[in-house]
Design a protein around this ligand. Structure first.
Ligand SMILES: [Zn+2]
Length: 265
């Protein structure tokens, strides 16, 4: 599932290409998840932003087209494609086509007044952006203290910080040497984990995202971050720090991989 680095990689590619272009002749797959695309009709794109794992295309009529990629959503800009998995499509005023493709249909499109996310609760309640100055160890310490859930589950819940999914949560916990199943953090651990979250997500962005199966950049390329993972998906392999065999278990319904030595409870 695309997390912050994948969505940010797409955003960075789209911004210089889409701002100032006009979306025309919208087409949408017949599902209420995708038909809001039809509301973005003959309107200029004024910004391409990201908040948490959502892509936000600002429209000249003071609305935003909110794109959630779900599990398998991809955005393509260029030639029109039509392979049965296209869920929405716009012609641009420069003869290119903007396509939203989503095999498993867990993605979603919305058009809302700019900045008004009341109808999208996971976006409206998302915690701070990890790259914003307000996100630091003090914030993370206070946020985690309010709950008794496992720290990894809290990271996935998006309230303590926005943008993490299973991949980057496992990576950040490994970098910070924090066991995923603890329910409280010391202040020192919170500082290390906040720093590790920024590092894991920053590396993900610099590497153009992580491609395990479906994720592709706007150009149809795979990301490169899958070659740099330390924990996620590496159960049974040795820890890059201490050579202990990494372990894996299901924690609150999510497969979780960690080093039993570096990330001792
Ligand atoms: Zn280790």
């Amino acid at each position: 599932m695309p997390e912050l680095p994948e969505v940010e990689t797409i955003r960075r590619a789209l911004e210089p290409e889409l701002v100032g272009r006009r979306l025309r002749h919208p087409w949408a797959f017949a599902s209420p998840k995708f038909t809001p695309a039809l509301l973005a009709d003959d309107v200029r794109v004024v910004h391409v932003r990201r908040r948490a794992k959502y892509l936000l295309l600002g429209l000249h009529d003071d609305h935003e087209l909110v794109v959630h990629l779900g599990m398998t959503g991809t955005v393509h800009l260029g030639e029109a494609i039509d392979d049965g998995y296209v869920r929405a499509r716009w012609a641009l005023d420069d003869d290119r086509t903007l396509t939203f493709r989503d095999v498993r249909r867990f993605g979603r499109l919305r058009v809302v007044p700019t900045g008004d996310y009341r109808t999208i609760p996971t976006l409206a309640t998302a915690g701070p952006e990890p790259f914003d100055p307000e996100f630091d160890g003090a914030h993370l310490y206070a946020a985690v203290k309010q709950s008794r859930r496992h720290v990894k589950t809290q990271l996935l819940a998006q309230r303590a910080v926005a943008g993490l999914g299973n991949i980057y949560a496992d990576e950040a916990l490994w970098l910070a040497r924090v066991n995923p199943a603890v329910r409280t953090l010391t202040r020192r651990q919170a500082d290390a984990l906040a720093e590790a979250i920024v590092e894991a997500l920053g590396d993900g962005v610099r590497n153009g995202g992580t491609t395990l199966r479906d994720y592709r950049t706007v150009d149809g390329e795979t990301g490169r971050n899958q070659h740099h993972l330390h924990a996620y998906g590496r159960a049974g392999q040795t820890c890059d720090r201490c050579s202990t065999e990494l372990q894996s278990r299901v924690l609150d319904a999510r497969t979780t991989t960690w080093c039993p030595t570096c990330q001792r409870r």
